[in-house]
Design a protein. Structure first.
Length: 401
């Protein structure tokens, strides 16, 4: 039984947020995993483009007049920053946000547009956190924690209430995990109403702080984190969130950056939704069978959509490669007239569309009369790639990789 929050806290947050947040209705997404019934909870369509508005706004709304008079300070990779900035502006108080200097430019500029002052801090989220605490102590700001705060957790838990209300017979809910505020609130709310619903968390393989903490039985601090999912790149889970995850979450798994990229691409193509890296991890877990979803009714929480456009183009390319939609092949072949044209003909007849050609004659790794050919092509899937590889081999070409 949780001593951090009560179900009444989540219902109270829902009442406060009723006129503030969008009620993001579930989207049926049958192609994500055809062996299960998948729904998306599109918090990427929320005001500020992320679920973070819920917890931040609710926390600020509960501050005393004395606390409000000093203003608020927060640290964030970007989404919590925007939630705090909007919440502070709506309540007529000042806000200062510490962000990691590597935060996407789009998130930094959006935070400024919502009315906050921004301070960029060298390092990752945890470094921004330390700086925010230092400034809080120096200037008397009220600190709005991005995840390890009962009021913030209760605000995030309103998502769980909405899921159960809209889909009462849901079997499982998959939730992104960084510091743990989102999954703590969602899991607590759902399990309090229906303990039979499974709640699974997902972290990036490059930032598995909650996974390692739960497996070790105590909170651990990672020496470093590295992932395209910057919104969940957290070195250490919270004290409250660790206890809530240990009590209410069934399992937490990890997905790779390539799997995240494939999930972002799938949502864009299939559901016309744009998700950031952190927002796509739940879908990645369902796509690549990281949690048991076969034959079950599952909700994937798409936590945010604030992805930098420059990063998006790189993610799309990685997603194309991961899903077998783009393939690069290197071939050793004799340097004779007509050979390149013949290779192109073989690929074309097998349905591949060549989009890039690199012809290398000067390599010292091949015979003098040979050359290396690298083709990048559009393909349908991994099975199609194998067909092309076999076709090239049967035509007498040596496929190097």
């Amino acid at each position: 039984m949780s001593t951090v929050i009560q179900l009444t806290d989540v219902y109270r947050a829902a009442h406060v947020l009723k006129s503030v947040v969008r009620r993001t209705e579930l989207i049926h997404a049958p192609k994500i995993n055809p062996e299960s019934t998948i729904y998306l909870k599109p918090e990427c369509l929320q005001h500020t483009g992320s679920f973070k508005l819920r917890g931040a706004y609710y926390k600020i709304s509960q501050l005393s007049e004395e606390e409000k008079s000093h203003g608020v300070i927060a640290c964030s990779a970007g989404n919590h920053a925007q939630g705090v900035a909007l919440g502070a502006k709506a309540n007529g108080i000042k806000s200062l946000i510490c962000l990691p200097e590597g935060a996407p430019i789009s998130k930094v500029e959006a935070t400024k547009k919502y009315g906050a002052d921004v301070r960029l801090v060298p390092g990752v989220y945890d470094d921004a956190y330390a700086e925010a605490l230092r400034l809080r102590d120096k200037h008397g700001y009220t600190f709005v924690h991005p995840f390890d705060d009962p009021l913030v957790i209760a605000g995030q838990g309103t998502i769980g209430l909405e899921i159960i209300d809209e889909l009462p017979d849901v079997d499982a809910v998959i939730v992104p995990v960084g510091g743990g505020g989102l999954i703590s609130g969602v899991a607590f709310a759902i399990k309090s109403i229906n303990p039979n619903v499974k709640v699974y968390g997902v972290q990036a393989t490059g930032a598995p702080s909650m996974v390692k903490s739960l497996s070790g039985g105590e909170r651990i601090t990672l020496p470093s984190v590295s992932t395209v999912a910057d919104g969940i790149a957290v070195k250490e889970p919270g004290e409250h969130t660790f206890e809530l995850c240990r009590e209410y979450v069934d399992d937490i798994v990890t997905v790779t950056d390539d799997e995240i990229a494939a999930a972002i691409l799938a949502m864009m193509e299939q559901e016309k939704l744009v998700a950031e890296g952190a927002g796509a991890v739940a879908v990645a877990a369902a796509m690549f069978d990281k949690v048991p979803v076969k034959g079950r009714k599952v909700v994937c929480l798409v936590s945010g959509g604030n992805i930098d456009v420059n990063m998006l183009s790189r993610v799309i390319n990685r997603g194309l490669i991961k899903s077998g939609r783009q393939y690069a092949v290197t071939i050793d072949l004799s340097d004779n007239p007509g050979v390149l044209a013949h290779v192109s003909k073989v690929v074309g007849e097998l349905g591949g569309n060549i989009i890039s050609v690199t012809h290398e004659r000067t390599s010292t790794d091949t015979p003098i009369a040979s050359c290396t050919l690298r083709l990048v092509m559009e393909t349908r899937n991994h099975e199609h790639i194998e067909i092309i590889r076999r076709g090239l081999a049967e035509a007498g070409y040596q496929v190097v990789k």
